[in-house]
Design a protein around this ligand. Structure first.
Ligand code: PFF
Ligand code: NA
Length: 450
């Protein structure tokens, strides 16, 4: 979505806004990342921490970012500056917008690599590669892809080109409209897979694994991972929702809209969990196998179910689509920034930003093969980018945002704008002033020390 004033009039409908926000939120984070993080963190402990983080941190931060964006009516940097100045505070709050742009830039580099995996799997499933395969051969196919720097580069490149074309030509709105059909369809297919699992076993075990409280596994590391993922999955702590907020009409109810986005995003993630873990358990796979989790589990189901080739192809097509509606929101702020701050026009800005992100993505994908020995503080490049953004940049940017919102802005006018009765307002104040920021600080500090 272009962040210039002319467009504002066209976004009068709150439905269009919800589409853009859901398009950005629902993506690989729900279907690829959430399940493998659950698996790496040992199941329900992560899920529970994640649900708490979504409700007590993610939701308020989302509302705060939209409200600030709606007040500022500009790009995130100028929005934070202007809103701060109009509240009589320092314009250096603009920095919150800068770290946001950086976050989107870094995330897109590895996001595009995974988008490439999904693209590659459209062709693999579509050509019937998985029909009648067992878990060993499915895993071998995935390992084969990962070992080939060339294959990964090709698909990462294709994904990046698609993203850049959409942003460069400025047709993001058309894509968001297509989301009206594609997103519900993605939901339907997820539930078909869940249904298949109910029949084919492992379902009870998966439900147990995901939801039966096992707090013995609830370590600070798990909490930090859950916190970071709450930011990642809702596209917050990155300035993107601030930018989107500038399109919001006065009449839009922020709390209700945020509730819709948060619920949709969470339901898709949990459904992805129920689509994947039964297959993991009924095939004796390792839940902690990392970023490849959906690629070594789902094809087994597609290989075994009636119509699996069609359903599987459609599934990877739809994930790719969901990934694209997120990746355009990751690229847009960098392009916008270059367009406004340099002499480059939109086309050149898009090419410049995408090229640098693309190169960084190549470094990330090489960490799965040729450069697997190269580590930064114990992490390969891919993991390093992921951790740096999810565990540092996003939570810290979100923390600054919520502190600004709850402690630096005039609270009276916020109460009016959110239309909260006095009782609800008190709860809201406790959450935004104390619970959310303290949760972020405590999790952060303890995780760093420990
Ligand atoms: N929220 C997206 C997902 O869950 O896949 C990823 C994402 C998009 C993160 C946009 C951050 C962002 F600004
Ligand atoms: Na998400």
């Amino acid at each position: 979505m272009a962040i210039n004033k002319q467009d504002h009039a066209q976004w009068s409908s709150s439905f269009g806004f919800v589409l853009a926000a859901v398009g950005s939120a629902v993506g690989l984070g729900n279907i690829w990342k959430f399940p493998y993080m659950v698996g790496e963190s040992g199941g329900s402990a992560f899920v529970i921490a994640y649900l708490f983080c979504i409700a007590l941190v993610g939701f308020p931060v989302l509302v705060a970012e939209w409200l600030i964006g709606r007040r500022g009516q500009k790009n995130p940097i100028n929005t934070f500056k202007d809103v701060a100045v109009s509240e009589g505070k320092s314009s250096s709050w603009g920095i919150v917008g800068v770290t946001g742009i950086l976050g989107g830039f870094l995330i897109l580099s590895f996001y595009s690599v995974i988008g490439g995996w999904a693209l590659n799997y459209i062709t693999k499933v579509g050509t019937g590669s998985f029909a009648g395969q067992n878990s060993d051969s499915v895993a071998a196919t995935f390992d084969g892809m990962l070992a080939s720097a060339g294959t990964l580069t090709i698909w990462h490149t294709v994904f990046m080109i698609i993203t850049a074309l959409i942003v460069g030509i400025g047709v993001t709105r058309g894509i968001e409209n297509a989301a009206k059909i594609m997103m519900p369809l993605l939901g339907v297919i997820l539930f078909i897979i869940v249904g298949y699992n109910v029949i084919n076993g492992g379902f009870g075990e998966a439900v147990n694994y995901l939801f039966a409280p096992d707090l013995s596994k609830l370590t600070v590391d798990v909490m930090l991972a859950a916190l970071g993922h709450a930011f990642f999955t809702l596209s917050i702590g990155m300035g993107i929702m601030v930018a989107y907020g500038s399109y919001l009409g006065r009449e839009v109810n922020l709390l209700k809209t945020a509730r819709t986005v948060v619920i949709l995003d969470t339901v898709i993630a949990l459904a992805a969990g129920l689509a994947i873990f039964p297959i993991i358990f009924s095939n004796g796979l390792d839940p902690a196998s990392g970023p490849g989790l959906i690629f070594v589990s789902l094809p087994i189901a597609f290989g075994g179910m009636a119509g699996g080739t069609i359903i599987g192809t459609l599934f990877f097509l739809l994930i790719t689509f969901a990934a694209v509606t997120s990746s355009i929101s990751l690229l847009e702020p960098s392009v916008e920034f270059l367009e406004e701050r340099t002499s480059m026009n939109r086309t050149m800005s898009t090419i410049a930003a995408s090229t640098v992100i693309w190169l960084l993505g190549i470094a990330a994908l090489l960490s799965f093969n040729l450069w697997s020995d190269f580590t930064i503080m114990g992490n390969g490049i891919f993991d390093a980018l992921d951790k740096l953004t999810s565990k540092f940049l996003l939570p810290l940017t979100g923390l600054a945002g919520i502190i600004f919102f709850a402690w630096r802005m005039d609270q009276r006018s916020i109460q009016q704008e959110l239309n909260l009765s006095n009782g609800a307002w008190q709860i809201w104040q406790i959450i935004t002033k104390f619970v959310a920021p303290i949760a972020i600080i405590v999790i952060f500090v303890v995780a760093l020390i420990g």
